[in-house]
Design a protein around this ligand. Structure first.
Ligand SMILES: Nc1nc2c(c(=O)[nH]1)N[C@H]1C(S)=C(S)[C@@H](COP(=O)(O)O)O[C@H]1N2
Ligand SMILES: [Mo]
Length: 261
């Protein structure tokens, strides 16, 4: 049997070969030469559609196909028991970076007294959760690395409710395909159920041993050290369990949906 990493390598090479085969013939010279020379990575593939070639509808469609294929491969490779690395508190990045699709002066400020988390879709209990109720559930902490596709990473500490505990408590259909999130800004995303149930996936209420600050996603964010930054929604207002694909803010603009890190 092949080791997982050599299998991963062969899958990666297959995707990259497919990308070259499908895309290169559609490009005029010299773009074609540059494209073939460029070191393509799996992550880079998901981002390619943001480049100047995207006005070619054929390229766009081909990238979509490859990115969906990439999602399937990542889902098959995802090991629900494999933990992302954790770090000592001394390695926490200070100051921790802020990122959003807007600047820090436009951070959405959610008031705790007005807030209740909406839970809908394939769940038995549609009760809306206040922060006090969520804080009363068992809390878990992690010091993990957040990796943003923009090329930076940072180590931070988050605490909150283990998301698998939460999904069980609300009687979610754990065989459903997706969990989707709507945020207090216009952000939204969705994740695969295997990642939702991963032991390090936290409904984070706290950052650096204090309440989650507005800029890092008050009242709560989903923290997943197994996924890239854009898959980790901040300012969550509503979540839903579903079998219908619902994409995401960046995913709908060409970022890879699975977004594993
Ligand atoms: N609601 C919301 N969540 C979001 C985003 C956003 O713009 N709005 N940006 C994402 C991206 S691209 C990153 S890198 C992280 C940044 O989180 P941080 O501010 O805690 O570093 O939030 C993610 N979640
Ligand atoms: Mo990001």
């Amino acid at each position: 049997m092949k080791s997982p990493s050599s299998w991963l390598d062969s899958q990666r090479n297959a995707i990259l070969a497919e990308a070259r085969r499908v895309l290169a013939p559609r490009l005029p010279q010299p773009a074609r030469r540059d494209f073939l020379r460029r070191g393509l990575t799996l992550g880079g593939l998901g981002l390619l559609s943001g480049c100047s070639l995207s006005d070619n509808a054929g390229v766009e469609a081909a990238l979509q196909r490859i990115s969906r294929f990439n999602d399937e491969v990542q889902a098959r490779l995802f090991d629900p028991n494999r933990l992302a690395p954790t770090y000592p508190d001394s390695m926490i990045t200070r100051p921790f970076p802020f990122n959003a699709y807007y600047g820090e002066d436009e951070v959405r400020v959610v008031r705790e007294q007005d807030f209740a988390l909406e839970v809908t879709g394939l769940v038995a209990d549609r009760h809306r959760w206040t922060l006090a109720e969520l804080r009363a559930l068992p809390q878990h902490s992690q010091v993990t690395r957040h990796i943003c596709v923009e090329g930076w990473s940072a180590i931070g500490k988050w605490s909150g409710v283990r998301f698998s505990d939460f999904l069980r408590r609300v009687g979610a259909d754990l065989g459903a395909r997706y969990v989707g999130f709507k945020c207090a800004d216009d952000y939204y995303t969705s994740i695969d159920m295997a990642t939702a149930l991963h032991p390090q996936t936290l409904l984070a209420l706290s950052w650096d041993d204090g309440p989650l600050p507005p800029k890092y996603g008050f009242p709560m964010k989903l923290r997943m050290p197994t996924k890239l930054g854009y898959k980790n929604p901040k300012h969550i207002q509503a979540l839903f369990v579903s079998n219908t694909y619902s994409g995401g803010y960046w995913e709908d603009q060409g970022y890879n949906w699975f977004g594993g890190s």
